[in-house]
Design a protein. Structure first.
Lengths: 176, 175, 556
């Protein structure tokens, strides 16, 4: 048994001190690292490709006639870089920022407002034929194909107020 | 405000209670990784404790499902004041891919108040160390929301949006 | 045995019940039988023909054929075949005779079909709710097609299923749901007679996140690999590969060879880091923190390597339908070889020290015994089964990706206890290192993504078993229109292995329960904070982590 303990002690001592000097010195991330995403509004054409492929549906596009507002809910971004892969204009890309901790969730909600061009044939922006279709689609893009008229789709209904079951409240009060 | 509270109440070091309320274990392993020799957060005096009654900070990973929500609330109430809640990972910050499904309530802040959010899937161990250091007020915040506009010169966005709300199909200045 | 001989055997024994059969892909074939014949045919397939039940799938087919469909997937490991027993269930009479009395491995999967779809298993010994939370309203079955995935239902805590009755004269000790170290929440209720465990009850599924519902109602074919990889942080690549391969097999997409080699490479690297993680955690559970720190120190360079070649430490996001998203070039291959050489050298030193350590052996030998008979009957998979002399491994039985070309050696031990499972995992580590080197040597050139130029048709069935570090993970796909699957069913290895915990911990002392539960490497590891309730006096005592560790250490 002592032989085993001796061998383990040799392993521990042989390793030496390996602790990295972070956070006292900055750290270099590898080239392929996918950190927080960044976009450039001058390059974006508002096609919605990123919104269609984002698995957590972080990217949502609101079409308002001549103006489109694109919202990025980066609090639930999984950093898969699919948006970067499908963007035809390289307008969105993952940076190497990983120090994204914050006490305020509003720091993680980015937004872009774009002015959309008009069709060269009819002179108008993309628009549904009638008001009913328009309100049914709720003006949002960023869903899979065939989802526009599904009931219960985005914006999500707010969650029910979570109420603690009364029996558990009593129990925890008694134990305190 | 949080960093002032921390500097006043925790002049020495933070004792952490780590819990997983329904995550895939990715973030949990990164939290345990922070204790291993390469990152070694114990040199700052932070350690994991075995009971919430001994803890100063709750480190929570995972989206809150309906089943685990009462247990999480009890855990929060069992931790004595003053306390800090750190939400680690995209699941606990915003609910991740399943933020709106029938069995998930969302991020951790639907059930207990959160003091520090650390996004990422999973966040690197350095990011978790940075988040803890930010909670203690040792480093400045680096992230900010990016808000950009690409509109023509002199375009009045507020007036356009107001007009849009009143009559949705409007093309000011067009046919 | 050719598949004609299989069907010949079934036809001979059950002459008038096979309506039709179809062979979808090579060694996977589907037979449709009337529902009353399910128990007898399943029993014959499992007992006489040597099959193993993998999972059962219940599907709401009202949009297509106006009824429900129940499928049982049985794997014949020696003959490398899958058999799917399908039957139709009319909508107005949603009952299916349960096969659990004949095939005990089907216990949970039939309860889940009842919970999520409303298909009642008649004759099941335990018809309680399994998956949905305790405060879910009765009568709501979310996997039915009329329910949208994001509906919010009111909280009804009175619907909690009743607890199992404790035997006479025993104390009930609840373990859970929160433990201070790294686990999913889960609740074991141990029935104790003095210091010995005489029975247990388990309430899990605290992290039911509605993944299957997302897959068939909200996300597209190419968004689902990212959901699949987030089912588990340690086996992310496994689930993502399993899903992609099931779809590719179903609709007949030919994946380029280089992509298959890259998938195998990432799978083996993931197995290496997962087993190293487990060895460290097992040491931590029994109070031996040296192993935790040293083995995780050895493991860290593997994580840095994954970040350099894929972009993230876990959740590599590498798979899409038809191939992989990035390539491994020469410098990455050099990097992998260098890191693995160092890991192998340090691992040999640790293995040498650990294998002769009598303190460890005293804690692990003879603890958590799972007999070979129980392992086969309950359908356990992975190192849990291989430590009990059951030689199954999906890389050999149902080869996928590049494993047919690589060839794997199954590591089997016959100790049936925690020590045998430890040995299996350590030997698998060395085998994985050898496989990675072979993959790098043999990798062919070519593209890494197939060209898909048509939309995927409806109605094709695809099955894929992938060997995770914990066992066999299985994916079932029924392809649909609208660019998403019609039904996607996932079975993780811990789902089968957890059902064997009951017989593993009977007769053990309380101090041995954590390492027994940890020895089959569930996606949650151990119980650390234990609350004991003495039913006679009503006094509650909380054991903290230090006290429990002291209890474990002072055992002998």
């Amino acid at each position: 048994m002592f032989k085993a303990k001796f061998k383990e002690a040799v392993i521990c001592l042989g390793a030496g001190r390996v602790t990295l000097p972070y956070p006292f010195e900055p750290v270099q991330v590898p080239a392929k690292f996918r950190g927080k995403i960044k976009f450039d509004a001058r390059k974006c054409i508002g096609c919605g490709g990123c919104a269609n492929v984002c698995p957590p549906r972080c990217i949502v596009i609101e079409d308002m006639g001549e103006v489109s507002r694109i919202m990025f809910h980066l609090d639930r971004c999984i950093q898969c870089a699919r948006c970067f892969e499908v963007c035809p204009e390289d307008a969105i890309w993952p940076t190497d920022a990983f120090e994204t901790a914050t006490p305020d969730k509003a720091d993680l909600k980015s937004e872009m407002t774009l002015w959309m061009a008009t069709c060269q044939r009819c002179g108008r922006c993309f628009e549904y034929d009638n008001v009913i279709d328009k309100f049914a689609s709720k003006r949002w893009r960023g869903r899979g194909p065939g989802d526009e008229n599904k009931h219960g789709s985005f914006p999500t209904k707010p969650p029910l107020d979570f109420v603690m079951p009364t029996s558990l409240v009593k129990e925890s009060e008694e134990s305190l | 405000m949080i960093s002032d509270l921390c500097k006043k109440m925790f002049p020495k070091s933070l004792w952490l209670y780590h819990t997983n309320c329904g995550s895939c274990n990715g973030c949990d392993i990164e939290v345990i990784d922070v204790l291993t020799p390469y990152y070694d957060v114990e040199r700052f005096g932070m350690k994991l404790v075995g009971s919430p009654r001994h803890a100063d900070a709750l480190v929570v990973a995972g989206p809150v499902s309906r089943q685990v929500a009462p247990a999480l609330r009890r855990l929060y109430e069992a931790t004595p004041n003053p306390k800090v809640v750190i939400a680690v990972g995209a699941c606990s910050v915003g609910g991740n891919i399943w933020f709106d499904t029938y069995n998930v309530l969302g991020g951790v802040d639907t059930v207990i108040p959160v003091s520090m959010y650390i996004p990422g899937c999973p966040p690197r161990p350095e990011a978790i160390v940075y988040g803890a250091a930010l909670a203690l007020g040792l480093v400045p915040k680096k992230v900010a929301a990016q808000k950009e506009e690409h509109l023509p010169e002199g375009f009045d966005l507020e007036a356009y949006l107001k007009g849009w709300e009143e009559t949705p199909i409007v093309y000011p200045g067009r046919i | 045995m050719k598949h004609q001989e299989f069907l010949l055997d079934l036809w001979t024994n059950f002459p008038d019940i096979l309506d039709n059969y179809q062979e979808h892909v090579k060694d996977q074939f589907v037979v449709t039988i009337p529902r009353d014949a399910l128990p007898s045919v399943a029993k014959h397939a499992v007992n006489q023909l040597g099959g193993r039940l993998v999972i059962s799938v219940a599907t709401d087919m009202r949009q297509k054929t106006n009824d429900f469909r129940v499928s049982y997937i049985i794997s014949f490991d020696e003959h490398k075949k899958f058999l799917v027993l399908q039957s139709h269930v009319p909508t107005d009479d949603l009952r299916v005779p349960s096969i659990t009395p004949e095939v005990p491995a089907a216990n949970w999967t039939e309860r889940e079909a009842f919970d999520l779809l409303g298909v009642t298993p008649v004759g099941h010994p335990d018809q309680r709710r399994l998956v949905l939370s305790d405060d879910f309203p009765n009568g709501i079955h979310p996997l039915r097609k009329e329910f949208t995935y994001n509906q919010r239902f009111p909280f009804e805590p009175q619907n909690a299923p009743p607890h199992m009755e404790a035997p006479e004269g025993t104390t009930v000790i609840p373990l859970g749901p929160f433990y201070p170290v790294l686990e999913e929440p889960a609740c074991f209720r141990l029935f104790m007679d003095g210091e010995k465990v005489v029975g247990s009850d388990y309430r899990g599924f605290y992290n039911h996140r509605a993944i299957e519902k997302l897959g068939d109602s909200e996300l597209n074919y190419n968004q689902i690999p990212f959901v699949a990889q987030q089912i588990c942080g340690i086996c992310g690549q496994v689930h993502s590969c399993g899903y992609c391969q099931a779809v590719e097999d179903a609709v007949g997409i030919e994946v380029p060879m280089r992509a298959k080699y890259i998938r195998s490479l990432l799978l083996e690297l993931e197995r290496i880091h997962s087993h190293l993680l487990w060895v460290g955690l097992a040491g931590h559970i029994i109070g031996f923190d040296t192993i935790l720190m040293q083995v995780w120190r050895i493991r860290e360079p593997v994580m840095w390597l994954m970040e350099r070649i894929t972009g993230n430490r876990k959740h590599y996001s590498s798979n899409l339908i038809g191939g992989v998203r990035f390539d491994i070039d020469e410098s990455a291959a050099e990097d992998i070889r260098r890191v693995l050489d160092k890991v192998e050298e340090e691992l040999k030193a640790v293995a040498d020290a650990v294998v002769i350590d009598t303190t460890l052996m005293a804690r692990l030998k003879g603890v958590g015994i799972l007999t070979e008979e129980n392992a086969r009957a309950l359908g356990t998979v992975g190192p849990t089964a291989r430590g009990s002399n059951v030689a199954i491994d999906s890389r050999v039985d149902h080869p996928y990706a590049a494993y047919k070309e690589l060839g794997t050696q199954i590591q089997v031990q016959d100790g049936c206890d925690s020590w045998a499972r430890t040995l299996v995992r350590v030997l698998e580590l060395f085998e994985s290192i050898r496989l990675v080197r072979k993959t790098l040597d043999d990798m062919p050139g070519g593209p890494v993504m197939a060209d898909i130029d048509h939309s995927l048709p409806y109605g094709k069935i695809g099955l894929c078993s992938v060997e995770a570090a914990r066992g066999e993970a299985h994916h079932y796909i029924l392809s649909g229109d609208e660019n998403r699957p019609y039904r996607w069913r996932v079975r993780a290895p811990t789902y089968q292995n957890l059902q064997a915990v009951g017989c593993m911990i009977e007769g053990l002392q309380l101090a041995d329960v954590p390492i027994s539960i940890g020895s089959f490497d569930p996606c949650f590891s151990c119980t650390e904070r234990v609350e004991t309730l003495d039913v006679n006096t009503g006094k509650v005592r909380i054991y903290t982590q230090e006290e429990l560790e002291k209890l474990c250490r002072n055992k002998e």
